[in-house]
Design a protein around this ligand. Structure first.
Ligand SMILES: [Zn+2]
Length: 309
C-alpha cells in the first residue's frame, strides 16, 4: 500500500513546487450593471505574472460583449475570456485596442470572429511591430508563445484629435483619437450614458507614465482635454480605477516633469545632468520608476531639443 501513497505524495508535493507560476486573477470591479473593469496586477510582464499586467474593460451589450484591451498574449487573452465567462454567457463580439503596445493587443487572436477596432495608426503599428512585441513578451515571461500572433484591427478610425460616435450592441461609444500622446496611435473610449472613460496608457494610476514612445507635450494637452469629459469612473491602462481629480494630479506631475526638462535644456545641461536636477520624489513612490525614469527623461529631453530648432 505504502508505495502508492508515497508515489501520490511525491506527485502532489513535487508537482506543486515544480509547477509553473499561475497567472494571477484579475480584480473584478463592477462599475454598473453592464460595465466591469478587469484590473490586472501591477508591474512589468514577468515569469511571475505570466505576462498578465494590463487592465481591460468589459461592456456587456444587448447580444454580445465589447472588450477593451486584450492582454499580452493568447494565454492572457484566454485568461480574460474565462473571467468574462463568469460575468456573462454572451460572446465577445467586439475587441477595442487603445494602442499598439503588446500588453494591450496580443490577446486579440483569442476572440475569433470578433470585430477588432482601433485607430488607423494603431493598426499600422500592430502590423509593423507585432512580431517584435511577441519576441519581447516571450523574453519577459520566459517561455515561447507559439499561439500568439498579431491581429490588427479590421475597423479603424483616422484623424488627429478626431471623435466618432457609434452605437454597438446597444451601447453608445465615443471613440476619441487624441493627438498622439502615449503612442502615435492612441484611442480612448468614452461611454456617455455610463460616464465611463477607458483611457489606455494615457491614464495610469500608481504607476509611472511610460514615455518611451510618447509625445509628452501632446500628452499634457490630452490630459487637459480629458478633464472636460463628465467621466465619473476612469479605467486606466494600469493601476486602480481613477477619478477626474487623479487625472488632474497626473497632469500636474507630468507638467512639472516636462518643465524641469525644459529648464535643464535651457541651462545647457545634458539629459543625464538634467535628470539629477528633477524633483522626482512623488514618482519614486510609483510602480515602474526605476525601469522607466531614464527613458522618460531621454524621450522628453529629445522632444524639448527638437522643439527648440
Ligand atoms: Zn500598457
Amino acid at each position: 500500500m505504502n508505495r502508492l501513497i508515497i508515489i501520490v505524495f511525491a506527485i502532489v508535493f513535487y508537482g506543486s513546487s515544480w509547477a509553473a507560476p499561475v497567472m494571477p486573477q484579475p480584480k473584478m470591479a463592477k462599475i454598473n450593471e453592464r460595465v466591469y473593469a478587469l484590473l490586472g496586477p501591477m508591474g512589468q510582464p514577468s515569469a511571475h505574472n505570466q505576462g498578465y499586467m494590463v487592465n481591460s474593460t468589459v461592456i456587456i451589450g444587448e447580444q454580445g460583449v465589447i472588450l477593451i484591451d486584450s492582454g499580452s498574449s493568447d494565454e492572457v487573452g484566454s485568461h480574460l475570456l474565462k473571467a468574462i465567462a463568469k460575468l456573462t454567457p454572451k460572446q465577445v463580439t467586439h475587441v477595442i485596442n487603445t494602442h499598439h503596445h503588446g500588453d494591450h493587443v496580443l490577446g486579440n487572436s483569442v476572440f475569433q470572429g470578433a470585430e477588432v477596432i482601433s485607430s488607423e495608426i494603431c493598426r499600422e503599428m500592430v502590423n509593423k511591430t507585432g512580431h517584435e512585441w511577441i519576441a519581447l513578451m516571450e523574453d519577459l515571461v520566459g517561455h515561447k508563445l507559439p499561439n500568439t500572433r498579431p491581429v490588427p484591427a479590421t475597423v479603424t478610425f483616422a484623424g488627429e484629435n478626431a471623435r466618432a460616435e457609434r452605437t454597438i450592441q446597444g451601447v453608445k461609444l465615443l471613440f476619441w483619437i487624441p493627438k498622439g500622446s502615449h503612442t502615435v496611435g492612441d484611442m480612448m473610449v468614452y461611454l456617455p450614458d455610463d460616464k465611463i472613460l477607458a483611457g489606455g496608457d494615457i491614464l495610469v494610476n500608481r504607476t509611472i507614465p511610460v514615455m518611451r514612445d510618447a509625445m509628452v507635450k501632446n500628452w499634457l494637452g490630452t490630459l487637459e482635454q480629458v478633464q472636460s469629459f463628465d467621466a465619473r469612473t476612469i479605467v486606466p491602462g494600469h493601476g486602480p480605477l481613477m477619478k477626474l481629480e487623479d487625472v488632474n494630479r497626473l497632469e500636474r506631475q507630468m507638467a512639472r516633469f516636462y518643465a524641469g526638462i525644459e529648464a535643464g535644456y535651457k541651462k545647457g545641461l545634458s539629459d543625464s545632468e538634467t535628470r539629477k536636477t528633477l524633483d522626482v520624489r512623488e514618482w519614486k513612490k510609483l510602480e515602474g520608476f526605476d525601469a522607466n525614469i531614464g527613458s522618460n527623461v531621454s524621450r522628453a529631453y529629445l522632444e524639448v531639443e527638437q522643439a527648440s530648432f
